[in-house]
Design a protein around this ligand. Structure first.
Ligand SMILES: [Zn+2]
Length: 235
């Protein structure tokens, strides 16, 4: 009976819709995982940036310590020279050099204090950023874990939905299946639609009087003369 086939076509359409939905959800999972992985990479980059800022200040401090050390060496040499010179003007010249070097050291030490304060700040910022970002990363990783679990479940769902579609297809007579498949090529496209008030429920255009009559009789598969969908009459 054709009327029964319509019912089976509607069951097939419903199962096909479920199958498609599961397949689309499954296909979306890798993209969702990639998005979350991107967020993790951003958090890690932010931790690295905070660390680099701190390390740059540490390098600057080392550089200053080296400059102070070499200025102290210079002063040592001048003092040795001073103990060896005989002339007063040479002695005075060296005293002047020593004073200049000492003033330089004073300046460098001031800079060093400033750097040390900046290091303390940078360390605090780094520790705070690291704690917060690591917490965020934990959240992202949990999300990925959930997505992977979901992916596993969706594989099961897709398989079950595909099996159920295959089972349903066996129930539908081949000629009707051919019509169904021709329209179902467009995913998400409803294949079997009601005709209400002489209008096709798919394309919303008016169907011919003959199509409406055939759709009412339900003796054979009737298709919309505008869009080709399988139509059935509803009051
Ligand atoms: Zn139509």
């Amino acid at each position: 009976m054709v009327a029964i086939s319509l019912e089976k076509l509607l069951v097939l359409q419903d199962r096909d819709r479920k199958r498609l939905s599961f397949e689309q959800q499954l296909q979306a999972v890798p993209r969702e995982i990639a998005t979350v992985e991107g967020r993790i990479a951003t958090e890690k980059a932010a931790i690295e940036a905070a660390k680099a800022e701190w390390h740059a200040l540490e390098s600057k401090k080392k550089q200053l310590e080296m400059e102070i050390g070499s200025a102290e060496d210079k002063i040592g040499k001048y003092k040795t020279q001073q103990s060896q010179v005989r002339k007063n003007d040479e002695y005075q010249a060296l005293t002047h050099e020593i004073e200049t070097a000492q003033a330089g050291i004073g300046n460098l030490e001031e800079q060093e204090i400033g750097i040390m304060l900046s290091i303390d700040e940078a360390k605090k910022r780094f520790a705070a950023a690291e704690a917060e970002l690591k917490q965020n990363i934990k959240g992202h990783e949990a999300k990925i874990h959930t997505l992977r679990e979901r992916e596993g479940q969706l594989r099961v769902d897709v398989k079950a939905a595909q099996d159920s579609v295959a089972e349903s297809r066996e129930q539908v007579p081949v000629p009707q299946l051919k019509i169904y498949d021709r329209i179902a090529i467009k995913p998400g496209h409803p294949v079997c639609v009601p005709v209400t008030g002489a209008r096709c429920g798919g394309c919303h255009l008016k169907v011919s009087a003959n199509v409406e009559l055939e759709a009412r009789k339900l003796e054979q598969v009737t298709t919309c003369d505008q869009c080709g969908r399988i139509v059935y009459w509803t009051p």
